[in-house]
Design a protein around this ligand. Structure first.
Ligand SMILES: NC(=O)c1ccc[n+]([C@@H]2O[C@H](COP(=O)([O-])OP(=O)(O)OC[C@H]3O[C@@H](n4cnc5c(N)ncnc54)[C@H](OP(=O)(O)O)[C@@H]3O)[C@@H](O)[C@H]2O)c1
Length: 321
């Protein structure tokens, strides 16, 4: 490792550990009011719901009275997460199996939601993964691109277009502080060449893309009195982080947030519905800047380019089924 690499690493941890770790959460929560939440009568849909932050969002919503559709691949993991809830909350949680890396599987989920006819009041687009090595889906996409962005676009647009959102709906998009490392850029969304693929850059680019989508959906929900938010959770101790960033997980270990701490702002936004929505990036119950490094300020594509890119990929995938 060169001295400049070491300086970069120390600079990174020095800058972000105090705020993104549990230290930041514990410091800030002393300023927060603790009101009892009541989501009774609301239908939620949470993706990536069988573990980590997603399971904590399900728990927070169901314990406060919401009925929750919990979406993930593993029936066993979903059942385990449900078993950790109070019996009353567990009875309000329904598991739906869906591979969110598959356009076909998401289309099936949408069809089943249409058949139910149940309106979703709060959609938590929580699922998100970082792979260090390139993986491709059977449909020809880089896998994390579909999980982190294209599939979220498909699911959300599908729900809106089918009129499956409730009155004054909310969409809450779980991004990552990683987005601060890259400018908006369609070229980095679906990198299918192993030589060009970098997991962290792909992940960051998808997360930057979520900011654009949150702005788009906020405009779409306005006539319905709804909001779309985008947030990041800080650094939480989850299986996803352990797998994707083992060294980071080891170094930060004890000071990572719990999944419930990582879920705090997602639940708070749903309860408080603040007016700053769309592209405003939330973290620890406050709006944060859209950029922290100078090199990301100038976008490499427009919002319209990004949406057109997703639309085209989605149409291609649907047409080939
Ligand atoms: N943890 C952090 O420090 C951190 C930091 C910044 C941002 N975030 C963001 O927060 C969100 C949650 O992160 P996390 O760390 O809690 O994640 P995690 O521990 O990796 O949990 C992943 C969840 O997603 C599901 N999942 C993974 N692949 C899936 C697929 N193909 N189809 C359906 N479900 C799938 C898993 O369930 P199955 O295995 O049952 O499918 C599991 O429920 C993500 O968007 C992440 O990017 C987290």
């Amino acid at each position: 490792m060169t001295a400049s690499d070491l300086a970069k690493i120390l600079g990174f941890y020095g800058r972000f550990t105090p705020t993104y770790s549990r230290i930041g959460y514990w410091g800030r929560r002393t300023q927060w009011t603790r009101s009892k939440r009541d989501f009774t009568g609301q239908n939620w849909l949470v993706t990536g719901a069988s573990g980590g932050i997603g399971a904590a969002i399900v728990a927070g919503a169901a314990e406060a009275g919401a009925t929750v559709i919990a979406v993930a691949r593993s029936e066993d993991k979903l059942a385990q997460a449900r078993a950790s809830l109070s019996p009353e909350a567990a009875a309000r949680v329904e598991s739906r199996i869906c591979d969110l890396s598959s356009v076909a599987s998401i289309a099936t989920l949408l069809a089943s939601l249409r058949d139910d006819g149940r309106r979703i009041d709060v959609l938590q687009n929580n699922v998100g993964v970082l792979f260090n090595e390139l993986e491709m889906t059977g449909e020809g996409f880089e896998t994390t691109y579909v999980i982190n962005l294209l599939g979220q676009y498909q699911l959300t647009e599908g729900l809106i277009d089918a009129g499956l959102l409730g009155e004054k709906p909310l969409i809450v998009n779980m991004a990552s502080g990683g987005l601060y490392n890259v400018p908006q850029n369609t070229k980095l969304l679906n990198v299918t060449d192993a030589k060009r693929y970098g997991g962290k850059v792909a992940y960051a680019s998808h997360k930057r893309g979520q900011v654009v989508l949150s702005g788009l959906w906020n405009e779409r929900l306005k006539p319905m009195g709804g909001h779309s938010y985008v947030l990041h959770p800080g650094w939480a101790r989850t299986e996803g982080v352990q797998k994707a960033l083992p060294t980071f997980y080891k170094i930060q270990g004890a000071i990572l947030r719990s999944p419930a701490e990582g879920a705090d702002t997602a639940l708070w936004l749903a309860a408080e519905r603040p007016s700053a929505a769309g592209r405003s990036i939330w973290f620890d119950r406050a709006v944060r800047p859209e950029h922290v490094f100078p090199h990301t300020h100038s976008a490499k594509c427009t919002d319209e380019d990004l949406v057109a890119f997703l639309k085209q990929d989605l149409s291609k995938a649907i047409a080939s089924e």
